[in-house]
Design a binder for this molecule. Structure first.
Ligand SMILES: C[S@@+](CC[C@H](N)C(=O)[O-])C[C@H]1O[C@@H](n2cnc3c(N)ncnc32)[C@H](O)[C@@H]1O
Length: 257
């Protein structure tokens, strides 16, 4: 995974990028963060549950977990484990199981949600934060090369069995997984020009073109010329013209019976 993608993950924090988890955590809780990436949010979770609690980050990528361990080794009550969301090595073990921006990458999100539910102790919470990529918005309209790339990105994902609108299916997935007392809250992320990190946040799609874009080229979803034009045009647009980018996210929380 390219450096640009690591930087996107490293910049995230519990307080600003997983607000619903931040509200749920209390000192003493045990939390499992599935698809933790480089562990920036998991680190915040460890701080929130304190000395009497525990935070474990799990990810299928050994590379990302290596970065997580290197970056957060000094944080107490924090551990990382290489694990697949479909086969988590925990059973009725933790108080909160969460996955942020992870189910969007899976072809069988319900199976992963069931594995997450099994990892939680009875009465524990399962919390998922994810996107509806079909409802992202830009102001003003971004360059045509990027709009074509984004349409190809959605098509490439759908072709691989990923659900571009998973944020709006969470409630029904939670019901099918047998979770109780399900609540869904809006967690949209808005980047506005003038904010200190505007270019980094609105520019995420140039990072996607620079990272996943190469896999899309390899899979025949776009040509290299289309990918590189989308990356360059979008970055220039963010630097000069863009005023606002909104990513549509929902958080679903439920209880294990
Ligand atoms: C977009 S990143 C999100 C990282 C972090 N949760 C965040 O919100 O910043 C998605 C993460 O899910 C992980 N992932 C994808 N498929 C997975 C699977 N089957 N099991 C565990 N992790 C997975 C990826 O390796 C990546 O770290």
């Amino acid at each position: 995974m390219p450096e640009a993608t690591h930087a996107v993950l490293d910049r995230r924090s519990l307080a600003s990028d997983h607000r619903r988890l931040n509200e749920l955590l209390r000192p003493g809780l045990r939390v499992l963060d599935v698809g933790c990436g480089t562990g920036a949010i998991t680190r915040g979770a460890a701080a929130a549950v304190g000395a009497g609690g525990l935070a474990v980050g799990a990810d299928v990528s050994a590379t990302l977990l290596g970065r997580a361990r290197a970056a957060h080794a000094a944080q107490a009550r924090l551990a990382f484990v290489v694990a697949d969301a479909y086969a988590l090595p925990f059973r009725r073990a933790v108080d909160v199981v969460t996955a942020a921006r992870m189910l969007q990458w899976l072809a069988r999100p319900l199976d992963a949600l069931r594995a997450m539910s099994e990892a939680a102790a009875p009465g524990g919470a399962v919390l998922v934060l994810d996107f509806n990529h079909e409802r992202a918005a830009w102001e003003p309209r971004p360059p045509e090369s990027f709009r074509r790339f984004y349409a190809a990105f959605l098509g490439w994902r759908a072709g691989a069995g990923m659900d571009n609108a998973i944020a709006d299916r969470l409630e029904s997935l939670f019901a099918r997984a047998g979770l109780a007392r399900v609540t869904v809250t809006a967690q949209d992320e808005t980047a506005r020009r003038g904010e200190p990190d505007f270019e980094a946040r609105a520019g995420i799609w140039a990072d996607v073109a620079a990272s996943r874009g190469h896999q899309m080229v390899a899979d025949g979803a776009v040509t290299e010329a289309e990918r590189s034009a989308a990356e360059a045009d979008y970055r220039a647009w963010v630097g000069a013209e863009a005023r606002e980018h909104v990513q549509y996210l929902r958080a679903a929380a439920g209880r294990v019976c």
